[in-house]
Design a protein around this ligand. Structure first.
Ligand SMILES: Nc1ncnc2c1ncn2[C@@H]1O[C@H](COP(=O)(O)OP(=O)(O)OP(=O)(O)O)[C@@H](O)[C@H]1O
Ligand SMILES: [Mg+2]
Length: 226
């Protein structure tokens, strides 16, 4: 499904004033492509993902997914869209310390009301897709940073999303492991026809993206389109 941000402006309250996080941002991301969002700290990258995820409503502008205007929906409907269509892998999407890798995925399916008979084969397939088939029964402390990151990616795909939003997937990893995670996202994006938007600080990952954008002070510009 195509994601379109159309002239989105977002401000946050800041004492008596407001701070502008996004200003007139327009972006189109197509299925099967990886869009990189780069830019300095505090420039609005995570805010853009939050708006695309329908977690935050913009002050003005529209968010469309597959042509449907999400900004016009009520809170209940946006929650349904989020649950059914959007995979979110955020900086703070921590794993639960006491659960094995496969249970991290199954607990999410359980919360969504998916029966175990459907969820278990799917979780197994996803762990296999991220190269962790033989680590399914390990808990987070028994996994490397890169392996943990791959579990969060598998978990983000558990609801078979059309839109995958990823915030700094490689920030905790060394450059080789970080590159492997980006290549994994790239492969999954192509295989599953995902519309993937990935925030990254790391300029080297720009080469892996189909579209590269940069946000500075809340304003987005296109750097490259392949
Ligand atoms: N909940 C909030 N309340 C008030 N201001 C916020 C809030 N979240 C973000 N901001 C402000 O909005 C601006 C954009 O923040 P955002 O988190 O989108 O930046 P970022 O590009 O993701 O930064 P980083 O690379 O450090 O993660 C910053 O000035 C930040 O201080
Ligand atoms: Mg951020």
């Amino acid at each position: 499904m195509t994601l379109q941000l159309d002239d989105v402006t977002l401000t946050y309250p800041d004492g008596a004033q407001r701070v502008t996080a996004l200003e007139g941002v327009s972006l189109t991301a197509e299925p099967g492509t990886l869009t990189a969002v780069t830019g300095p700290s505090g420039s609005g990258k995570s805010s853009l993902l939050a708006v695309a995820a329908t977690l935050v409503a913009p002050d003005s502008g529209r968010v469309l997914l597959g042509g449907r205007d999400l900004s016009a929906l009520g809170p209940k409907e946006t929650a349904t869209v989020r649950r059914e269509r959007i995979g979110i892998i955020f900086q703070s999407s921590n794993l639960l310390a006491s659960l094995t890798a496969i249970d991290q995925l199954l607990v999410l399916a359980h919360m969504n009301g998916t029966p175990l008979s459907v969820a278990r084969p799917r979780a197994t397939e996803l762990l296999d897709a991220v190269g962790l088939a033989d680590q399914a029964d390990r808990r987070p402390h028994q996994l490397s940073g890169g392996q943990r990151q791959r579990v969060t990616i598998a978990r983000g795909l558990m609801n078979d999303p059309a839109l995958l939003l990823v915030d700094e997937p490689t920030s905790a990893l060394d450059s080789n492991r970080g590159e492997a995670v980006v290549q994994l996202l790239r492969r999954l994006t192509a295989e599953r026809d995902l519309t993937t938007v990935m925030v990254t600080h790391d300029e080297r990952h720009r080469d892996s993206a189909d579209q590269v954008t940069e946000i500075v002070d809340g304003r987005l510009r296109q750097l490259a389109d392949r």
